[in-house]
Write a protein that binds this ligand. Structure first.
Ligand SMILES: [Zn+2]
Length: 251
C-alpha cells in the first residue's frame, strides 16, 4: 500500500515536470525573437541557452592589444548578382559562391552580407549608425568568420547605391537582379581590424565565430542609412561582456 502511494506520488511529480517541460517546448516553438518587446534580447536565453554563454557578441571594443603576428585579411572576392531578402530581422544580400576569406590556410566562403542599424559593435562606447556583417563559413570545420564594417554618415555609398531602391520593405520578400555588386568595394581602404572569438549576435548565438571588425568606418549617406533603418529599425543586440577574452588589433 505504501509502495503504491509512493508510486502514485512519483508519477504525479513526473507528470507535472513533464508537462512543464512540454509547455516550455511549445513556448519555444512559438518564440519569435525580436529586439524589442516580449521577446527582446534579455529573453533569448530562455529558448536559446547559448545566448547566455560566456563568449558572446557583440562587444564594446576597448583596450585592444596590437598583435604583430597578425596580417591583413586574405580575401579573394568576386562580384555577385543581386539577391536581396528581408528576413524580418535584417536586410540580407545573399552572395553568389566564389568569394573567400582565408584564415591560417582554411578557406571560408562568403555566404551573405546583412545590415544592423545602429552598429552592434561599439568602439570606446560609441555606437555607429550602421554595421554590415560579411558572413563567411568554412565547409571543412563549419565555423564562421564574420567581417564587421562600421558606417558613418557622409557620402553616398557606391555598394549600397546598386540596390538601395530595391530593398524589400515587407518581411519574407525577395528581390533579384542580374546587376553585379562587388563586396570588395565595401571594405575600407585601411586594412586595420580588431579581432576576437565570439558568437552569432542572433539566436541561436552559437559561439563559433571569429570576428574581424574593421577599424576605419566607411561612409553612407543619411538617406541610405535611413532607408534601411526605416525597414529594420533598431536591430542590434546590446553589447555583451568580454569575460577575459583576447581582443587584438592589426594596425
Ligand atoms: Zn549580423
Amino acid at each position: 500500500m505504501e509502495n503504491l502511494r509512493l508510486l502514485a506520488i512519483s508519477c504525479l511529480f513526473i507528470s507535472v515536470i513533464f508537462s512543464a517541460c512540454k509547455e516550455d517546448e511549445l513556448a519555444c516553438e512559438a518564440f519569435h525573437w525580436t529586439y524589442e518587446g516580449e521577446s527582446n534580447p534579455e529573453t533569448w536565453p530562455s529558448c536559446y541557452s547559448d545566448c547566455a554563454g560566456s563568449d558572446q557578441s557583440p562587444i564594446d571594443i576597448v583596450g585592444a592589444v596590437a598583435d604583430a603576428s597578425l596580417s591583413g585579411l586574405d580575401t579573394d572576392y568576386a562580384s555577385s548578382s543581386i539577391n536581396l531578402v528581408n528576413n524580418g530581422h535584417s536586410i540580407q544580400q545573399n552572395y553568389d559562391m566564389g568569394s573567400t576569406l582565408t584564415l591560417n590556410g582554411e578557406a571560408f566562403d562568403l555566404l551573405q552580407v546583412h545590415f544592423h542599424t545602429g552598429s552592434e559593435h561599439t568602439v570606446n562606447g560609441i555606437r555607429f549608425p550602421m554595421e554590415a556583417h560579411l558572413v563567411h563559413k568554412s565547409s571543412t570545420s563549419g565555423n564562421l568568420a564574420v567581417v564587421g564594417i562600421l558606417f558613418e554618415e557622409g557620402a553616398e555609398n557606391t555598394f549600397l547605391a546598386k540596390f538601395i531602391d530595391d530593398v524589400p520593405e515587407e518581411e519574407n520578400k525577395n528581390f533579384f537582379s542580374s546587376t553585379l555588386v562587388d563586396i570588395s568595394t565595401l571594405l575600407p581602404s585601411d586594412p586595420g581590424y580588431f579581432t576576437y572569438a565570439g558568437s552569432l549576435t542572433t539566436p541561436p548565438c552559437s559561439e563559433i565565430v571569429t570576428w574581424f571588425v574593421m577599424q576605419t568606418a566607411v561612409e553612407a549617406s543619411s538617406a541610405q542609412i535611413s532607408k534601411i533603418h526605416g525597414i529594420v529599425h533598431d536591430n542590434y543586440r546590446p553589447v555583451q561582456p568580454l569575460n577575459g577574452r583576447d581582443l587584438k588589433s592589426f594596425n
